[in-house]
Ligand binder design. Structure first.
Ligand SMILES: NC(=O)c1ccc[n+]([C@@H]2O[C@H](COP(=O)([O-])OP(=O)(O)OC[C@H]3O[C@@H](n4cnc5c(N)ncnc54)[C@H](OP(=O)(O)O)[C@@H]3O)[C@@H](O)[C@H]2O)c1
Length: 377
């Protein structure tokens, strides 16, 4: 437990789409106070409020707006001196080395970038799904030396998928999952996907359009889902701490003209048979008990909302469920309209807020969990 001590934190990549979400969510956080904002040389030296192209409907927090943006190359910079935690929303072109520097400097790094997700001693963690994977940080060299570590969260679509799959995997087992995504434009960062650019046929433009390709996204969903749902053995003599969950995953990813919220249709083949009502019940009754007992500031009961209406979830209506920290699941039905016509047992549609639960919000929950577990002193 934190005993209400305020912990100073820094945000790397604070000016981007995810960075801004961190700044917004951390403004009134019970435990954390943002004292350092880092970004590229384009922003360094400016006040945060002048450097950022703010895209959120709330105002830039006044105190954070007055912070001077610093570079991310030097964790010993005075701005980071009091930060035990840094949240990273860095462009993946630069995240590998920068995050490593902060880890070596003894900081707890909670990253949204893909760069360290597949390291053998780094968890991809979603607090309500696999918090036990955080134990692997004890194997990180920096943790053993000075308590520095890296914990990542998955790509935004994977986060929604694993939250919805976890209770089903626990109760009935998963054999095969096909995921078809309709992903919002904020998932492409800032400036992101051009809204309208027909002058160059090689440019994607998104108004009135669907783009059936998002670089590396299908691979990420297929790989990360198995690692997150899989097991952990911190005593493995070959240092192979993670074992993939044995499920076949196939993903189709698409960019659609939606501002926020990734909608994802799943077809699922179970290991054990279940009725549709049993599946609904297991989703509705998913209360990760340990998280409840830890009383984390932003964790509030079941991370899943089951919707019964045939036309839900919809980004416009449901993306902010639980302040963007809950996954909405609807259209839970048989694998095909006529029984036996498909090898899938189940279909459903889910919605995840890509920059809240799918990014900054998950990192913040992961940090809260690590404090509650005593990993950060
Ligand atoms: N958008 C999503 O929904 C989402 C969801 C999950 C994960 N992610 C991941 O989160 C990360 C951030 O995504 P985003 O969408 O927020 O990207 P973004 O809008 O492009 O922002 C990138 C940030 O990185 C900073 N940066 C770039 N080069 C830098 C350098 N050399 N040194 C220090 N800072 C540098 C930028 O600063 P300047 O403004 O100064 O250039 C900006 O603050 C990515 O790795 C992405 O894959 C994104």
């Amino acid at each position: 437990m934190n005993n209400n001590r305020i912990i100073n934190v820094g945000v790397l990549g604070a000016t981007g789409a995810v960075g801004q979400r961190f700044i917004q969510l951390l403004e009134k956080h019970q435990w954390f106070r943002v004292v350092a904002v880092g970004a590229s040389s384009n922003s360094v030296g400016k006040l945060y409020r002048d450097a950022v192209h703010w895209l959120l409907p709330t105002d830039i927090p006044v105190e954070i707006g007055q912070l001077k943006v610093v570079g991310c190359d030097d964790p010993s910079h005075q701005a980071f001196a009091s930060c035990q935690i840094v949240f990273s929303a860095l462009d993946s072109n630069v995240a590998t080395e920068i995050e490593e520097k902060f880890r070596v400097a003894g900081k707890a790094v909670f990253s949204n970038s893909k760069n360290h997700r597949y390291d053998s001693d780094v968890p991809i963690m979603v607090c309500s799904v696999n918090p036990e994977h955080s134990e692997v940080i004890l194997k990180q060299k920096a943790y053993q030396q000075n308590k520095g570590f890296i914990i990542t969260n998955p790509n935004c679509s994977t986060t929604g998928i694993v939250v919805a799959l976890k209770p089903i995997a626990n109760q009935f087992g998963l054999h095969e999952v096909v995921a078809f995504t309709m992903q919002s434009i904020s998932g492409a960062g800032y400036p992101g996907v051009p809204s309208l650019d027909i002058s160059n046929i090689f440019y994607f433009f998104i108004v009135g359009n669907v783009v059936p390709f998002i670089g590396e996204e299908e691979e990420k969903i297929e790989i990360e889902t198995k690692k997150i749902l899989g097991g952990l053995d911190c005593n493995n003599v070959k240092s192979e701490y993670f074992s993939n969950y044995p499920v076949m995953v196939s993903a189709h990813t698409n960019r659609v003209p939606v501002v926020e919220g990734h909608t994802i249709c799943l077809s699922i083949k179970l290991k054990q048979s279940a009725t549709i009502q049993q599946v609904k019940d297991c989703l509705e009754n998913y209360y990760p008990k340990e998280l409840q007992s830890l009383q984390l500031p932003t964790f509030n009961g079941n991370p899943i909302v089951v919707l019964e209406q045939n036309n839900r979830p919809q980004p416009k209506l449901d993306v902010n469920k639980g302040n963007g920290l809950k996954v909405s699941v609807g259209r839970i039905r048989d694998g095909s309209t006529s029984p036996g016509e498909s090898s899938f047992d189940l279909r459903m549609t889910l919605l995840v807020h890509n920059t809240v639960l799918g990014a900054a919000g998950s990192s913040i929950q992961n940090a809260e969990y690590c404090i509650a577990k005593g990993y950060i002193q």
